[in-house]
Design a binder for this molecule. Structure first.
Ligand code: PEP
Length: 256
């Protein structure tokens, strides 16, 4: 099965109106619509303006998080319908920074996944182990648990319209990326977990496992993207730091 690669930029809490507009202008100028699907996940307050700037382009817009609740007394939160309203097509859920710093657990990540899909947006479900977990040989156990927490709630068919990002926590923002072989090993494991999750729906699970895009994230740069993206089960990247430099990000998109 051929899967269109996806490269998603996670801007995290960076930039200003002027800097973001300049970055988007540079991306629009250099982007080639014929290659990988390209997505930028801007901070909430810049989504509306980003959406206007990206209108009529092939660059898609996403959010970095979403509230699990639909509406109401949740001070400071942003709902899925609001994100949809300003033009988001994708939402990152379960990023390791949300899990570690804001104590978002597997159950909450599953509810955010459902919230995003309830508005027709595609969740990018992040999974990944810490260095300690890797050293204790717990990588597959941790990632299996993070996946099951979602598909036990949603059913495997919900993954037809989802993206998974494998982001080893030890590789995020550290400059120390997983090797292409390490990424491939985990991506193949993830595809296998999805294939095995069907129960009586084995046909659906097989189709989901074959079709879903699994991105690698963790210190992706122009210099390592090509090698990592060349692996059979790697379908592009979720890019943090390097997505803040237009030239670098465009080279990563070209590598996909
Ligand atoms: C991320 O924020 O998801 C990420 C992968 O960051 P970086 O590319 O900077 O490691």
């Amino acid at each position: 099965m051929t899967r269109q690669p996806l490269v998603a930029g996670n801007w995290k809490m960076h930039g200003s109106r002027a800097e973001n507009a300049a970055l988007l202008e540079a991306l629009l100028h250099g982007h080639s619509p014929s290659g990988a699907e390209v997505l930028v996940c801007a901070p909430f307050v810049y989504l509306l303006e980003s959406s206007r700037l990206l209108k009529a382009s092939h660059i898609l817009l996403g959010a970095q998080s979403v509230c699990a609740e639909a509406m109401g007394a949740f001070t400071g939160e942003v709902s899925a319908s609001m994100l949809k309203d300003v033009g988001c097509a994708y939402v990152i859920v379960g990023h390791s920074e949300r899990r570690a710093i804001y104590r978002e657990d597997d159950a909450l990540v599953a509810r955010k996944f459902v919230a995003a899909q309830s508005q027709g947006m595609t969740p990018i479900l992040c999974v990944g182990e810490t260095l300690e977990e890797r050293e204790r040989q717990q990588t597959f156990a941790v990632i299996g648990r993070q996946l099951r927490a979602v598909f036990d709630v949603t059913g495997i068919a919900a993954f037809k319209t989802a993206v998974i990002a494998y982001e080893p926590v030890w590789a995020i923002g550290t400059g120390k990326n997983a090797t292409a072989e390490q990424a491939q090993e985990v991506h193949a494991f993830i595809r296998g977990e999805l294939r095995g999750a069907g129960g009586t729906d084995a046909t659906i699970a097989n189709a989901v496992a074959a079709g879903i895009r699994i991105l690698y994230g963790g210190s992706v740069k122009a210099s390592n993207a090509k090698e990592i993206f060349a692996m059979a089960d790697v379908d592009g990247g979720l890019v943090g730091g390097a997505s803040l430099k237009a030239d670098e990000f465009l080279k990563i998109c070209a590598a996909a």
